[in-house]
Design a protein around this ligand. Structure first.
Ligand code: TYD
Ligand code: MG
Length: 453
């Protein structure tokens, strides 16, 4: 007999015996016995009964893999790794209200029009509401089948009978499976539903896209284990006040991770943004101190974004360090390197750093652009407006070359920039009309462009 285990339905912690209060999160009456997920072979022996032989196959095969289905929305197809893979399970996470249902309804309509049999199951809205939204988006003529249902058993039975190629489940938190005792949205329900849907996708050759809400701390509500189960995890992110939305692949078994697709929320739904750099830079005016353009790479594509810094004398004994769109510990590191290696102190100064347009940057190559923005704000000197900056800063103050120098330079040139500042070790590439200036360390960079240090 398999050993029983217990888990907390609020935080997901697992225990070997039952207790009234979860030691993990302190909640009362949330621990219940785990059951449901198909149990694997028991530890010791499977007994005398023999299993059936499973067919084995070679790695080399003549079977042609099924082609990926493209919906024609280039930004979405690219983030999926070049189209939708048959029998894959995809999780799309994002804050409530960011536009997940809109995105997926539009995708469903495009896939259906491209000849992919598509079912859209909404657990949050009634069919009439989904239909109304589709009408407003001008998609009413797409051959998408709709259902409003939350019972997982009924949904799977329907999918088995209808045999669609793509099913969209909006959202995983509203689904409930009747062999798990806790409420919909609880960790054990979400986990069971994701497991059932993923298994169903593999067995029946249906691609399933699940919507997942994200908690305040940025995790897809429910255990992280849902992310391990699925093939692809996409995050749909953006700032409420901005109309830009970014679909980011954080995990993809069938394509590059870190790929992004950029959309704009309009009155008529989400519109693709083919040239994000132009959009992110569209609000730039005259050269101003504290603003520097970073030539970045997101996934396979170069993207230019503006880094903005503001430095002001602090009225507090503990000066403020506020960051939007970048890592705050990375900012602390850059400030420390500027102080230790270039003798430029930031003590007693409030530092604000913002990535324009609601972008989130995680590339280390943004270091030099951030340092340039900080210096420019502190010294009140603007860099020439036609210059882009990139490069990684090490703790010693040396500048490390960033990958894909050529792509960055070409994108900058395409958008009308005429100069680039890059680390000394960068590959020498000549791009017509673009002047590449190299600095080997941070102190040299500071001296050359800000006359200090
Ligand atoms: P929705 O897709 O319902 O978000 P989610 O499923 O992620 O919770 O999108 C909700 C927001 O999108 C809502 O605040 C209004 C906005 N929106 C538009 O601006 N234009 C549109 O055409 C649509 C359908 C929604
Ligand atoms: Mg929704």
């Amino acid at each position: 007999m398999a050993k029983t285990s217990f888990s907390c339905s609020a935080c997901g912690a697992s225990f070997s015996k039952w207790s009234g209060r979860c030691e993990g999160c302190g909640e009362w009456n949330t621990i219940s016995e785990d059951k449901g997920l198909s149990s694997g072979p028991s530890k010791k022996s499977l007994g005398v009964k023999r299993g059936r032989t499973i067919p084995l196959s070679d790695l080399a095969t003549r079977e042609i893999p099924p082609p990926r289905a493209c919906c024609g929305v280039g930004e979405l197809d690219r983030v999926l790794g070049g189209g939708l893979v048959a029998a894959s399970a995809i999780l799309v996470g994002g804050d409530p209200g960011i536009g997940k249902s809109t995105l997926l309804l539009q995708a469903a309509a495009r896939f259906a029009k491209a000849g992919v049999k598509t079912i859209y199951v909404s657990g949050e809205e009634a069919s009439a509401q989904v239909r109304m939204r589709a009408q407003r988006l001008g998609l009413a003529d797409a051959p998408v089948q709709l259902a409003a249902e939350t019972n997982l058993r009924d949904i799977l039975t329907t999918l088995e009978a209808e045999k669609p190629q793509l099913a969209i489940i909006d959202s995983i938190q509203t689904m409930w499976s009747d062999h798990v005792d806790s409420a919909p949205g609880s960790v054990s329900q979400v986990r069971a539903a994701a497991h059932e849907l993923t298994t169903f996708a593999k067995r029946n050759g249906v691609s399933i896209i699940m919507v997942g809400h994200v908690t305040k701390d940025g995790q897809i509500a429910g255990p992280r284990v849902v992310e391990h189960m699925v093939d692809t995890v996409l995050y749909f992110e953006g700032e409420r006040g901005h109309q830009f939305r970014i679909l980011r692949a954080v995990k993809n078994r069938f394509g590059p991770a870190d790929e992004i697709g950029v959309f704009e929320m309009t009155g008529g739904g989400l519109a693709e943004v083919i040239n994000p750099s132009a959009l992110f830079l569209s609000e730039r005016g005259e050269p101003s101190p504290g603003s520097v353009v970073f030539a970045g790479i997101e996934g396979t594509r170069p993207v230019l974004v503006e880094m903005q810094a503001l430095i002001a004398p602090s009225p507090h004994s503990q000066p403020r360090r506020a960051v939007v769109g970048w890592d705050s510990s990375r900012l602390a590191m850059i400030l420390a390197v500027l102080e230790a290696r270039c003798g430029i102190p930031f003590a007693g100064l409030d530092v604000y750093l913002n990535v324009a347009g609601g972008m989130k940057i995680s590339e280390p190559a943004a270091d030099l652009a951030v340092a340039a923005a900080l210096l420019s704000a502190r010294e009140d000197v603007a860099l020439p407006a036609d210059t882009v900056v990139f490069g990684e800063i090490s703790l010693s103050g040396a500048l490390r070359p960033a990958p894909q120098t050529e792509n960055r330079l070409k994108e900058a040139q395409k958008l009308g920039f005429t100069a680039a500042i890059a680390p000394g070790g960068s590959k020498t590439v000549s791009v017509n009309g673009l002047n590449l200036r190299k600095s080997s360390d941070l102190a040299g960079f500071v001296g050359e462009f800000f006359g200090a240090g």
